[in-house]
Ligand binder design. Structure first.
Ligand SMILES: NC(=O)c1ccc[n+]([C@@H]2O[C@H](COP(=O)([O-])OP(=O)(O)OC[C@H]3O[C@@H](n4cnc5c(N)ncnc54)[C@H](OP(=O)(O)O)[C@@H]3O)[C@@H](O)[C@H]2O)c1
Length: 422
């Protein structure tokens, strides 16, 4: 099996190392060696290419006749998409870790691969080393998946863990994540949830047979989460995680990524640092949790290698759920979830009762609350409540009504609560 490798960065180097270190094992399990014979990338980095040709012409690599499979590890949507298109059009199987192109062009690319009768391997595109694509498309393919819930951005999880465990401020935790090489060069990609939205779009497409559509994912970042929110959440028995949630309901499929209160003691609540985890709920197993490194050269290369072995063994390409494609994606306004509300008020008699009345007028019940005895500063106190589940559209109106109260002196903060986490 001769590989043409596009890109020579973290994951590509991880793949070169793994192919070398595990060479005997690879021959033992698939009966032949897998070798990188040609590499193309922008920069010739100081990496041992084990005799492979190097060139700067990525698109020429896609058209070479002396490779059996093309592995795209450049990232981004420009040249990477051109490369994948050219390779598939030329009848070559492609393996890619590129969530950005899949989340927006996945349907077209899978169709192209099917038309050409070649494999499109995408195991490395979600959750690094966790074999979640194989789980959804092979191991659990006959089960009806109800929900996929994931901590699928290591940087967000690192930052929220650092804020919770060590009391760090958001900015300091982000700076440390950047120093440690966890965060993307443009941190908005991580903390603004673009990365997680790409991954959730892929998971939902595979789990529910809906189109790959990043634009249909509701995405909210973690920049507004404060140390106070983390403290109050703990007092109420929760931690705050950035969750991606894809859920099938009678009305349609929910797809959303946002900060979420998760009950302490659940498995997802104990996934800390840069680790990723994906929980799958289906009608056969009940609940499964996949946990592991969501990034890193070697871990992600493990997923690329899994696709390569699959190709050598001649596994059938991923079959998407065709029957389910009529399901619609629900707008966020139609989603139902419980909420944590932090309401900064002037400390005066009857405020809590007024807040409870407004919530009740909107049909919202309170499940738990914290009311500080004394004002912290300037007679300001936060009233914190956790509500029962309610439709987003109703909650938006209730928050607007709370915000309009004269005693409410600052922005009402709302974070959704997920009780169904494992
Ligand atoms: N890193 C992870 O932990 C991880 C985890 C899961 C998935 N992924 C995905 O894996 C892919 C690769 O990520 P990475 O972390 O390995 O990225 P990276 O370290 O930035 O490496 C990207 C490589 O592609 C080359 N490249 C970029 N643009 C190019 C262009 N226009 N023409 C030619 N070569 C170009 C870069 O060249 P230069 O050397 O000149 O920059 C570099 O060698 C991405 O799709 C990413 O989302 C990464």
């Amino acid at each position: 099996m001769r590989i043409g490798l596009a890109g020579l960065g973290t994951v590509a180097q991880g793949l070169l190392t793994l192919l070398k270190e595990n060479r005997e094992q690879i021959i033992a399990v698939c009966g032949q060696p897998i070798d990188v014979v040609a590499v193309a990338s922008r920069t010739r980095r100081e990496v041992d290419l084990a005799g492979a040709d190097f060139s700067h012409d990525v698109l020429a690599l896609a058209k070479r006749n002396d490779v059996d499979v093309l592995v795209e590890l450049m990232g981004g949507e420009g040249i990477a998409l051109e490369f994948v298109d050219a390779a598939l059009n030329g009848g070559k199987p492609v393996i890619t870790a590129n969530k950005a192109i899949l989340a927006s062009h996945g349907d077209r690319l899978f169709e192209l691969a099917a038309t050409r009768g070649v494999m499109l391997g995408i195991e490395a595109s979600v959750a690094g080393g966790i074999p979640i694509i194989a789980a959804l498309t092979r191991s659990l393919a006959g089960n009806s998946v109800e929900r996929v819930t994931g901590i699928i951005n290591g940087t967000c999880n690192y930052i929220l863990s650092a804020m919770s465990d060590r009391g760090e401020r958001f900015e300091d935790a982000l700076a440390k994540a950047q120093q440690l090489g966890y965060a993307e060069a443009d941190p908005h990609f991580d903390v603004g949830s673009i990365d997680a939205a790409h991954k959730l779009a892929i998971l939902a497409a595979l789990a529910f047979g809906i189109p790959f559509d990043r634009a249909a994912v509701y995405a909210e970042g973690i920049t507004d989460v404060t140390p106070d929110d983390i403290t109050y959440a703990k007092e109420l028995g929760y931690c705050i995680k950035q969750l991606g949630i894809a859920r099938r309901t009678a009305a349609g499929v929910e797809m959303r990524v946002h900060p979420t209160l998760v009950p302490l003691g659940t498995m997802l609540s104990s996934v800390n640092g840069v680790m990723n985890a994906v929980q799958v709920n289906d009608n056969a197993t009940g609940s499964l949790l996949f946990h592991g490194p969501g990034a890193g050269g070697r871990a992600t290369a493990s997923s690329v290698l899994a696709d390569l072995l699959s190709l050598v063994r001649g596994d059938r390409p991923i079959r998407r759920l065709a029957a389910a494609t009529t399901q619609r994606v629900l707008p966020i306004e139609a989603v139902e979830s419980a909420a944590y509300l932090r309401i900064p008020v002037i400390d005066q008699p009857g405020v809590f009762a007024r807040i409870a009345t407004i919530l009740s007028e909107h049909g919202i019940s309170i499940e738990g609350a914290i009311q500080r005895e004394r004002a912290i500063a300037d007679r300001k106190v936060p009233i914190v409540v956790v509500t029962q589940p309610v439709r987003e559209a109703v909650m938006i109106k209730a928050v607007a009504a709370l915000q309009a109260l004269p005693a409410v002196v600052d922005r009402v903060r709302r974070i959704r609560v997920e009780h169904a986490a494992a």
